[in-house]
Unconditional design. Structure first.
Length: 244
């Protein structure tokens, strides 16, 4: 009986720590996003669309207001590290194409860590452009659908570069309206949504695979093990792949 109880507790504890790790990682990702935005366009969200977007994303991961304010203040000081976005490409097990998006203050460290993750998990890192041709980079806006007429909004956003619109949900299962646009239309789409007073829950850029590859469960698990190893790295923000 006690063994069983112990096991359940361990499982629960592991889940709890996984959730905390995920939250810490999300806060770290958003803090870097804020730093990049402030260093590029200043600390005033009114005149800095990238910072407005980063603050939205901070809200989406429930980052406390004082942490957001602290991140903006730190980013404005000269001592803060300069982060840059770096994209790595390669193949995972069974030929699955992988795009890794990182924000780093030390690209030498990050590229070494990403290469190790590829090599240790049955993959191999490629040169720039080696798998990118199989993906489209798109802007993604996740909207609160309350009070929105989706059909009307769809028509209104065509001029702002709307590519597609669909339904989705948050981690908690709340409904979302998901809007995608071409990479080049990202700023225009953000402006259009702001002008219409639409509540953007979260936004960013994603790589969408042109075609997906289907694998059996064991093979898929090997790929996801590599993806998980990448996501554990503190410099890595997102991992995209063409696994179905």
């Amino acid at each position: 009986m006690s063994t069983e109880m112990g096991r359940i507790f361990e499982t629960r504890k592991a889940t709890m720590f996984a959730r905390w790790d995920k939250m810490a990682k999300a806060f770290s990702r958003v803090a870097k996003e804020i730093t990049i935005a402030v260093k590029a366009g200043g600390p005033d969200p009114d005149g800095n669309p990238a910072l407005r977007r980063a603050i939205q994303n901070a809200r989406a991961v429930n980052m406390p207001k004082d942490k957001v304010a602290g991140a903006i203040k730190r980013a404005h000081s000269k001592d803060t590290a300069n982060y840059e976005e770096v994209i790595y490409e390669g193949y995972g097990p069974h030929g699955i194409a992988i795009m890794v998006v990182a924000a780093t203050d030390n690209p030498t460290r990050t590229v070494a860590n990403v290469r190790v993750a590829f090599n240790k998990n049955g993959g191999n890192m490629g040169n720039s452009g080696s798998v990118a041709f199989g993906f489209r980079r798109v802007g993604v806006f996740k909207l609160d659908p309350k009070g929105l007429d989706a059909e009307e909004l769809e028509l209104e956003l065509i001029d702002a570069g709307l590519d597609e619109m669909g339904e989705g949900q948050t981690d908690k299962g709340d409904p979302l309206l998901i809007v995608r646009c071409e990479f080049e239309s990202f700023g225009e789409m953000q402006s259009a949504l702001e002008q219409k007073g639409v509540t953007v829950v979260e936004s960013g850029l994603e790589f969408i695979a042109n075609t997906l590859t289907k694998l059996d469960e064991q093979q898929a698990t090997e790929v996801l093990k590599l993806v998980d190893a990448m996501e554990q790295d503190e410099d890595v923000n997102h991992v995209f792949h063409n696994l179905e």
